[in-house]
Design a protein around this ligand. Structure first.
Ligand SMILES: C[S@@+](CC[C@H](N)C(=O)[O-])C[C@H]1O[C@@H](n2cnc3c(N)ncnc32)[C@H](O)[C@@H]1O
Length: 334
């Protein structure tokens, strides 16, 4: 298990992500920071005849569509570990023809995917982390504390252990560590005990588990008491921080000169990992890599899409050897 702890000063709450009733079949997800991501990718692609962009978190295809529309000669490879996202984005972007292709894979395998496709390097890599509204909205996926769904929570339903299977095998101490590290839950042994007891006493759906937790955990006026527990369980089930670490390790080396890595995070723990890795790659103002200033959504976007409130976009540029030093990025220290 990763030892990285996730404080939750910012976070992705289900209330922000839920857009519809659980019955809805349409893939629904409002793309965050679309213009900022597209502008960074366009800048990286400016002097490339045929830019190649990887969208590591295809979801509904919002960022991929914006890039394909803005850059008429670009090719986009979209990755997602969720087959529903692959299907929805493929339908939405099919009219771009061979300029778009989708690959069902976790993005921690990015380097292997590009090697298999015989692509040595790419112009831009985008990652818009976390879950989509569609995943929360689809009750049977088991992400939602509001809907009656199985204890599943896997983004990729074709592989791996469900939440129920994991909870049946985990020790009290390990579960407490998971709740502490991924949910910043202070009284983690007590909360872990409540989770395991609830399941043993028959809480076999997300809504039942959420109700039992709500009855026994301290109340917060703004969020459902089970929100952080559900967040921690989801991060555990999907190995989310290990995935992010693998992506951050490999992505910089896969960028072309002048290329950009654009990462949107929603939790302060995720964002800290991104910041640390980008600082390690770009310790000086002028070097092989430079960092862009972190960007947040403006008031108007937050008004229209509350989920954008906690989004943070960070950029890492690979310098062009022939360009004056520092031309490809602005340094920052935040
Ligand atoms: C926030 S949504 C992306 C939304 C997309 N940018 C859009 O505008 O429609 C995140 C997506 O990333 C996928 N995802 C999360 N972690 C992943 C991973 N490690 N590997 C591949 N896909 C992942 C989820 O399944 C989900 O579809």
């Amino acid at each position: 298990m990763s030892a990285t702890r996730l404080p939750t000063a910012r976070g992705q709450s289900e209330a922000d992500l839920t857009t519809s009733s659980p019955e809805q079949a349409e893939f629904s997800h409002v793309t965050v920071l679309r213009e900022a991501v597209t502008a960074a990718v366009a800048r990286a692609a400016a002097d490339r005849a045929e830019p190649v962009i990887v969208d590591c978190t295809l979801g509904g295809g919002g960022h991929a569509e914006a890039v394909l529309a803005a850059l008429p000669t670009a090719q986009v490879i979209g990755l997602d570990r969720d087959l529903a996202a692959i299907a929805a984005a493929s339908a939405r972007l099919g009219h771009f023809g061979p300029r778009f292709r989708a690959v069902h894979t976790p993005f921690g395998r990015l380097a292997d995917v590009l090697r298999d496709l015989h692509i040595p390097d790419v112009t831009a890599i985008i990652a818009d982390l976390g879950v989509s509204s569609h995943q929360f909205d689809t009750a049977e996926r088991g992400f939602s504390l509001r809907h009656e769904g199985p204890l599943d929570m896997r983004m990729d339903t074709s592989t791996g252990l469900t939440l129920a299977e994991r909870l049946a095998a985990v020790s009290l101490e390990d579960l407490a560590d998971i709740l502490y590290e991924y949910g910043d839950i202070r009284r983690s042994i007590g909360t872990a005990r409540i989770v395991l007891q609830s399941v043993q006493e028959g809480a076999d759906t997300t809504a039942k588990l959420a109700q039992r937790l709500a009855a026994r955990l301290p109340r917060d006026r703004n969020v459902h008491p089970a929100t952080l527990v559900f967040q921690a369980l989801r991060i555990w089930v999907n190995g989310e921080l290990d995935e992010l670490q693998a992506l951050l390790r490999d992505a910089p080396g896969l960028l072309q000169a002048g290329g950009v890595l654009a990462v949107i995070s929603f939790h302060s723990g995720e964002d800290r990992l991104v910041k640390q890795m980008m600082r390690a790659q770009a310790p000086k103002k002028y070097g092989e890599f430079t960092r862009g200033k972190p960007q947040a959504a403006g008031d108007e976007e937050v008004q229209e899409n509350p989920r954008a409130r906690s989004a943070r976009l960070r950029l890492l540029w690979r310098s062009r050897p022939d360009a004056p030093l520092g031309e490809t990025g602005e340094d920052e220290d935040s």
